[in-house]
Design a protein around this ligand. Structure first.
Ligand code: T1G
Ligand code: NAD
Length: 707
C-alpha cells in the first residue's frame, strides 16, 4: 500500500483510509492506492464489507488541481480518464463499499463517493461538484451518477452552480444514506455490518430518477437560459448542462464518454486556466512574505466603527455577521438614525431574499450598538473609521481614537485614497494604524484592501489578514500610494472610458463594450453607482497635483457641477427611474458633443475592440507600474483585487493574467500605438516593456520574485 492510502481491518470489515493532507486530493498515488486496496479486499475471504474514509479534516476535496497544469491537450490519461475505470472497479467490488464522508466530498471526491454502494456522513459534512468554479465540469462520471442518485433537476443545479449541499439535504436527496452523529468511523463500521452480505446497489445501474424526455426538456432549456444570464460568457456551465442531458439520453458508458469530451474541451480552454489561476490566487494573496505565519495575532472580540454612512453601516454589518459586537458612532442623532435605518433595510432585504433568517437578522442587529460618544471605545479591540474623505477630519478622528482607545487596539481607516502615514501621524501609535479599504456595498463585496503604513506592525498586518477571512472577505495587502491598488488603476480606466466618449463614442457603447467583455458593469454606470461626486471631491482635493498640459476628462466634473451625481441624484451619465434602472440620456450625449467641440476634440468612429483595449490595457499598464514600485506583492494580487472588488470577469483571470493570455509583446505594442496617438498618459510601464522584450509573463515575474 502507498503511504497515501492505508488498508486496515476491524475484524471482518476492511477500512481504506486516504491520507493526503491538507485536503486528501486525488494526487498521483491516491487512485492507485485505492485500486490496490479494492483488489486486496476482493481477494480476502475474511472481509464482509469495506469502509472508505478520509484521514485528517476532510473526505476527498477532488482531483489534485495542481496536476491540471501538467496535462497537455489530449493527454489526460494520468487524469480523470484513468480514474473512471477505478470507480467502476469499486462499484463492481464483491463486497459492499461504504463511503464515510466528513468535511467536504467535492468534485472527484463526490464522484468517488457515488461509486461506493452506500454513503454515510457527519451532519456538518458537505458534498458538491464545484468544477464549474474552475472553468471545467465533473470529469469522472459525476454528471452521470449524480442524476441517478439525486434526480436530474438537483444534479443539474449542483453541476451548473457548483455550490455545495449540506449533509442533511444530501440525505433528503438520496445522495447520502445515513447521517452519523459522533464517531464517524464507528458509525460507518456499524452500517457496513448491517449491509454486509446484502446485494450492493450500483449507482451506474440506477435509472428511476432520470425522468422522461418531456420533463427533462423544459429543465434543460431553463437551465441554459439561466446560465446564460447568471454565468454570462462562461463555457463550463453550458457544457455541464450538455453532460447531464447526456446522462438522461445515453447509456452510462456513452454518457461518460460524452462527459469526457466536454471535460477535456473545458480543461484546455483559456477560461479554465484563468479560473484555476484565480483558485490558487485567492489562497496566495493571504501570504505576506515578511510577515511569518506564526506572527502572533491580536484577538478581535469587539469592534467599533466611526461614521454610519454608505460604508460605515455596511462595515458594522460585516462585523455583526461574523458574530463580533460592534459600536457604531455618528456625529449626530439624525445621521445615526439614518445609518441604522439603512442597516435595518439591508437586513430586511436579505431576509426577504432568503439569504438570512429573521432570527439571524434579529441576533445581528443586537450586536450593533449605536452611540454618539467615544465613551465605550476603550473596550474595542479594533476601530474602523469611515467618515467623509477629508484629511483634516480623519486626523481629528484619529486624534480622538488615540486618546480613548486601549493600548494594543487596532486603529484602521476605510479611506479610499488618503495617505495612511499622514493619518497615523495624528496618533502616538502609528504602529497600530492601518488601512482597511472595504468596497461598496461593504456587506456584499468580497474584497478588503489592507493598506500597509510604513509603521504598521506585523501583528496588526497579520491580524487584519486573518480577520478578513473570518469576515468573509478576501484580504489583499497593498502599499500606501494614492488610491492604493484598486482605485489607482480604476482612475485611468474610467479616464480612458470618458476620453472615448469625448472622442466620439457614446456612454452606452463604452459600457456595452466592457459589459460584453465580461465586466459586471460598464465604467460609466459604475461611476453613477458609486456616486460621481466621490471622485469629483477627490479631484478637487488633488487639483494642485495635476500636471499642466496633460489632458484631463472634462465631462464628469461638468455633470457634477450640474448636480448629476449618478444614481443618488437619479441622473449622472444616465438618467434613472424609480427602480434605479439606467436610461440612456440623449441630453448627456449632446452636452458631451458640445463640450468636446468647445475643447477642439476631433470626433471619430471608435470600434468595440479599441474601447476594450484602451480600458483594459490601461489597467494592465498601471498595474505593472504598481508592481515595479512594490505597492502590490504579486501580479496575482492585482488580479484578485479586480475580481473581488471591481467586477472583472473571473474567466479572464484578472487584468494581469489576461495580459499574459494575450501575450505581453502584443499588449506592449498596442500600448505603444496608444502612446503615439494619445501621448504620455500611455507611457508604457518599464516592467511591461522589459517582460515583453524578454518574452516573459507577469506570472513568471511573480514566480521569480518568489513573493
Ligand atoms: N487540489 C490541489 N490543492 C488543493 C485542492 C485540490 N483539489 N483543494 C485545496 N487545495 C490546497 C489549497 O490550494 C491550499 O494550499 C490547501 O489545499 C488548503 O486549501 C475529477 C476534475 C476543500 C473547501 O474544486 O474548495 O475534482 O495555499 O486554503 O479553506 O471531476 O480547498 O495551503 O498551499 O482552500 O479549508 C474539485 C477545491 C477539483 C475543491 C478546503 N474540487 N478546494 O477549504 O482550505 S476538480 C474543488 C476547496 C475535480 C473531477 C474534477 C477548498 C476546501 P495552500 P484551503 P479550506
Ligand atoms: P458618507 O458620506 O456616506 O458617510 C460618511 C459619514 O461620516 C456620514 O454619515 C457623516 O455623518 C459621518 N461623520 C462625519 N464626521 C463624523 C464624525 N466626526 N464622527 C462620526 N461620524 C462622522 O461617506 P462614505 O461613502 O460612507 O465614505 C466614508 C469613507 O469611506 C470615505 O473615506 C470614503 O472615501 C471611503 N470609501 C467610500 C466608498 C464608497 O463607494 N462610497 C468605498 C470605499 C471607501
Amino acid at each position: 500500500m502507498s503511504d497515501l492510502v492505508q488498508l486496515s481491518k476491524d475484524n471482518d470489515i476492511a477500512i481504506i483510509t486516504i491520507n493526503n493532507p491538507p485536503v486528501n486530493a486525488l494526487s498521483p498515488g491516491v487512485p492507485e492506492g485505492i485500486s490496490e486496496a479494492i483488489e486486496q479486499i476482493n481477494q480476502d475471504a475474511g472481509v464482509k464489507a469495506a469502509v472508505l474514509i478520509g484521514g485528517g479534516k476532510t473526505f476527498v476535496a477532488g482531483a489534485d488541481i495542481k496536476e491540471f497544469g501538467k496535462m497537455t491537450s489530449g493527454k489526460t490519461e494520468r487524469g480523470t480518464s484513468a480514474f473512471l475505470p477505478l470507480l467502476v472497479r469499486i462499484e463492481d467490488c464483491s463486497r459492499p463499499v461504504v463511503m464515510a464522508i466528513h468535511g467536504t466530498a467535492f468534485g472527484g471526491g463526490l464522484e468517488l463517493a457515488m461509486a461506493g454502494h452506500y454513503r454515510v456522513a457527519s451532519p456538518d459534512a458537505q458534498v458538491g461538484q464545484p468544477e464549474v468554479k474552475l472553468g471545467i465540469i465533473p470529469g469522472a462520471a459525476g454528471t452521470q451518477r449524480l442524476p441517478r442518485l439525486a434526480g436530474v433537476a438537483k444534479a443539474l443545479e449542483m453541476c451548473v452552480d457548483g455550490n455545495p449541499v449540506k449533509a442533511k439535504d444530501a440525505l433528503a436527496l438520496g445522495i447520502v444514506d445515513r447521517l452519523i452523529e459522533g464517531d464517524l468511523l464507528k458509525g460507518a463500521l456499524a452500517f457496513a455490518r448491517e449491509v454486509a452480505g446484502k446485494p450492493a446497489p450500483k449507482t451506474r445501474e440506477r435509472k428511476e430518477k432520470l425522468g422522461t424526455p418531456a420533463e427533462n426538456a423544459a429543465l434543460f432549456a431553463a437551465a441554459r437560459e439561466n446560465a446564460k444570464k447568471k454565468q454570462r460568457g462562461m463555457i463550463a456551465p453550458q457544457a455541464a448542462i450538455d453532460a447531464v442531458e447526456a446522462a438522461t439520453k445515453m447509456s452510462f458508458e456513452d454518457g461518460s464518454q460524452e462527459e469526457q469530451k466536454l471535460f477535456v474541451k473545458c480543461l484546455f480552454s483559456d477560461q479554465s486556466k484563468a479560473m484555476i489561476h484565480v483558485f490558487f490566487g485567492e489562497r496566495e494573496v493571504a501570504k505576506v512574505p515578511d510577515v511569518p505565519k506564526e506572527t502572533p495575532l491580536i484577538p478581535v472580540k469587539s469592534a467599533a466603527v466611526v461614521g454610519a454612512g454608505t460604508m460605515g453601516g455596511g462595515i458594522a454589518m460585516v462585523f455583526a455577521n461574523a458574530g463580533i459586537p460592534v459600536l457604531l458612532k455618528e456625529a449626530d442623532q439624525a445621521a445615526l438614525d439614518r445609518g441604522l435605518a439603512t442597516i435595518q433595510k439591508n437586513y430586511a432585504n436579505s431576509v426577504k431574499r432568503g439569504r438570512f433568517t429573521q432570527q439571524f437578522m434579529d441576533e445581528r442587529l443586537k450586536l450593533i450598538k449605536p452611540t454618539l460618544s467615544y465613551d465605550d471605545f476603550a473596550n474595542a479591540d479594533m476601530v474602523i473609521e469611515a467618515v467623509f474623505e477629508g484629511m483634516a477630519l480623519k486626523k481629528e478622528v484619529f486624534g480622538e481614537l488615540d486618546r480613548v482607545c486601549k493600548p494594543g487596539a487596532i486603529l484602521a481607516s476605510n479611506t479610499s485614497t488618503l495617505n495612511i502615514d499622514e493619518i497615523a501621524s495624528a496618533t502616538k501609535r502609528p504602529q497600530a494604524v492601518i488601512g482597511t479599504h472595504f468596497f461598496s456595498p461593504a456587506n456584499v463585496m468580497r474584497l478588503l484592501e489592507i493598506v500597509r503604513g510604513k509603521a504598521s506592525s506585523k501583528e496588526v498586518i497579520a491580524t487584519c489578514m486573518a480577520l478578513s477571512k473570518k469576515l468573509g472577505k478576501v484580504g489583499v495587502l497593498v502599499g500606501n500610494c494614492r488610491g492604493f491598488v484598486g482605485n489607482r488603476m480604476f482612475g485611468p480606466y474610467r479616464r480612458e472610458a470618458q476620453f472615448l466618449v469625448e472622442e466620439g463614442s457614446t456612454v452606452e457603447a463604452v459600457d456595452g463594450a466592457l459589459y460584453n467583455y465580461g465586466m459586471a458593469m460598464g465604467p460609466m454606470a459604475t461611476g453613477d453607482l458609486a456616486g460621481l461626486d466621490v471622485g469629483w471631491r477627490i479631484r478637487k482635493e488633488y487639483r494642485h497635483l495635476e500636471k499642466p498640459g496633460v489632458r484631463q476628462p472634462l465631462a464628469e466634473d461638468k455633470l457634477c457641477e450640474m448636480g448629476r451625481y449618478g444614481q443618488k441624484t437619479s441622473a449622472g451619465w444616465y438618467k434613472y427611474d424609480a427602480e434605479r434602472k439606467a436610461i440612456v440620456d440623449p441630453e448627456v450625449t449632446a452636452l458631451v458633443r458640445k463640450w468636446a467641440a468647445e475643447a477642439g476634440i476631433p470626433q471619430r468612429q471608435i470600434s468595440e475592440q479599441e474601447i476594450v483595449d484602451r480600458c483594459i490595457y490601461i489597467l494592465v499598464n498601471e498595474g505593472a507600474k504598481i508592481l515595479e514600485e512594490g505597492f502590490a506583492l504579486r501580479a496575482v494580487d492585482i488580479d484578485i483585487i479586480y475580481l473581488t472588488g471591481y467586477g472583472f470577469p473571473n474567466y479572464r483571470g484578472g487584468p494581469m493574467w489576461y495580459a499574459d493570455t494575450m501575450g505581453l509583446k502584443k499588449v506592449y505594442e498596442r500600448i505603444c500605438e496608444f502612446q503615439k496617438q494619445h501621448g504620455e498618459l500611455w507611457e508604457p510601464a518599464p516592467l511591461l516593456k522589459k517582460l515583453a522584450e524578454q518574452g516573459k509573463t507577469f506570472a513568471e515575474f511573480d514566480k521569480e520574485k518568489g513573493a
